[in-house]
Unconditional design. Structure first.
Lengths: 410, 133
């Protein structure tokens, strides 16, 4: 592996013990994955922010690293935390958990990371650019940056992303190299894609089928290009049920034209989504929890939700999870107030994947997220239903799941 | 007594250091988050071949890591609790355990033929070299 003289200096301890440790991590990963060199990164998204996942071990390590003088040297921002940092009491999070979570985010802030606490940094002022190298770590954000934007990032682990932030570089292997970004499977989709739940089901099926491959979608039944929200949920689902960090959509994503599939690639036909939907729906009708916003909701989706809830009152607990930035915009537009008047909660900084939901006594969840539906049974001990935002809001109001509005043939 | 016959295996140092202990050998991958109790060092993953074994002070020999990247921090926590393995040997290292070894300063070597190491062998790690016996 080739290192520059500056990089060799960091590894030798010329910039102190914190930088030395970070460089040890980055170069060890470069060795393991046979990278020829390191590559400067434009930004870093740091996962491993929820105290639920990190625990005391992670907190202690971060505090020690910070005390050694660890500071980020490129724009770096945080993945969601285990709670809304301002409204944790409204979420019924235990004070003992909150105290640790606040300490953890404060420690990362002291290193210079921005407490965005979101899986959608691209919606809040950290939009990457085509061809830019990044070190991002949350799987849906990685998928979005690679696929929808055409930036280049592997899926970094929590500590490796932080190490990359401290040295401003990551190992040049995997998706940082154009030759590794070619499709491995053609996904021939004849099924109708009507709403985000269909994209979620499609993503869940494809992730299971291709594993860590790179799917190239031909969406045959499309009358209009997929929306940003639909691409977000497609990528998130594939990264959860499989390990898809990059996908291409013919005529839609930026690299689809330049990295067209070779003739000999395996073709996966998706004539309908019946089975895919069935695999993400527990046979349950009574709903006591509705969670929308995995990945974090856009302003457009929050507006849809506010409109659907106008004049109604929810009977299930309703969480809309988003970034603090989008929540602030929604508040300015009066959307948060409309949702709260219906009894819903608009929560920032967190989501049901990283919050201690299993301790809150829910039994059955409705969601529009394929990722949430995939993780809910094991991760949060919940039965779940997957559907459109319209179906989810109907379930929040009535406390019952209805298959009427939305997908036909399910 | 043949105990003077030491076997030397050469691998790749993931975290350079010296460690000595008896080998605890797993035929299966190990995931530290949720797989090993960070307070006791006991393997708690249901159905794992090492279930119930304590890794503290041992040379932990396993093919590779698995599971959540948070597992790196679990190793660090085990060091703080005094229940970490003395050293680790992998066939093929991956990011989680490698990063865990670096941040916790646990001597670790990979690219070793694990068939050569048997449970209970006295094993020494020295840089990129593994001594058996």
């Amino acid at each position: 592996m080739r290192l520059t003289s500056e990089e060799r200096g960091m590894l030798a301890g010329a910039e102190g013990p914190a930088v030395k440790k970070a460089m040890q991590i980055v170069t060890a990963l470069a060795e393991i994955y046979a990278a020829e060199c390191l590559v400067p990164v434009a930004s870093v998204q740091i996962a491993g922010v929820s105290f639920k996942n990190l625990g005391d071990a992670g907190l202690e390590f971060l505090q020690e690293w910070a005390a050694q003088g660890a500071r980020v040297r490129v724009p770096s921002f945080l993945n969601p935390a285990g709670m809304d940092m301002a409204r944790w009491q409204e979420m019924r999070v235990a004070p003992s958990f909150a105290e640790k979570q606040i300490e953890l985010v404060r420690t990362l802030e002291s290193m210079g990371a921005e407490p965005t606490c979101t899986c959608t940094p691209y919606l809040v002022g950290h939009a990457p650019q085509l061809g830019q190298h990044l070190a991002w770590s949350e799987s849906s954000a990685v998928s979005y940056a690679n696929s929808v934007v055409g930036a280049l990032t592997n899926r970094e682990g929590g500590p490796s992303a932080l190490a990359a932030a401290i040295v401003g570089r990551t190992a040049a292997y995997g998706l940082h190299l154009t030759e590794n970004r070619r499709p491995t499977h053609v996904i021939d989709v004849a099924a109708r894609l009507e709403n985000e739940a269909d994209y979620a089901a499609l993503g869940s099926f494809v992730g299971r089928t291709v594993g860590d491959g790179i799917p190239y979608f031909r969406l045959r039944s499309l009358s209009a290009a997929p929306t940003q929200e639909q691409l977000m949920t497609l990528g998130a689902a594939m990264a959860a049920s499989g390990a898809v960090a990059l996908y291409h959509v013919e005529g839609v994503t930026p690299e689809a034209a330049t990295l067209a599939p070779a003739a000999a690639l395996p073709i996966v036909a998706v004539p309908d989504l019946r089975e895919a939907h069935a695999g993400l729906n527990s046979p349950v009708d009574a709903i006591d929890f509705v969670s929308v916003g995995c990945p974090h909701s856009t302003l457009r989706d929050i507006e849809r939700i506010a409109t659907l809830l106008d004049g109604h009152r929810v009977t299930a607990t309703l969480w809309i999870t988003t970034s603090r930035y989008v929540r602030a915009l929604a508040e300015q537009r009066g959307l948060v107030k409309r949702i709260e008047q219906a009894g819903g909660h608009v929560l920032a900084d967190t989501c049901l994947i990283v919050a201690p939901v299993e301790e809150m006594g829910f039994t059955a969840m409705a969601t529009n997220s394929g990722k949430a539906a995939f993780y809910a049974p094991a991760h949060s001990h919940l039965q779940r239903r997957l559907g459109s935002i319209e179906q989810c809001m109907a379930a929040a109001i009535t406390g019952r799941w209805s298959e009427e509005q939305g997908q036909d043939g399910v | 007594m043949e105990s003077s016959k030491r076997v030397k295996l050469q691998g790749r140092a993931i975290f350079t250091g010296k460690a000595r202990g008896t080998a605890l050998v797993s035929p299966n991958a190990i995931g530290f988050l949720g797989g090993v109790d960070p307070q006791t060092g006991v393997v708690i993953e249901p159905g794992h071949p090492l279930h119930g074994e304590c890794v503290a002070g041992r040379i932990l020999v396993f093919p590779t890591g698995k599971g959540s990247t948070v597992g790196s921090y679990t190793l660090y926590r085990m060091v703080r609790a005094g229940v970490a393995p003395a050293g680790m040997i992998n066939a093929r290292s991956e990011a989680i355990v490698a990063v865990g070894a670096i941040i916790s300063e646990i001597p670790m070597v990979d690219q070793i033929d694990l068939e050569r190491i048997h449970p209970g062998d006295v094993v020494e790690i020295e840089g990129n070299v593994v001594w058996i016996g």
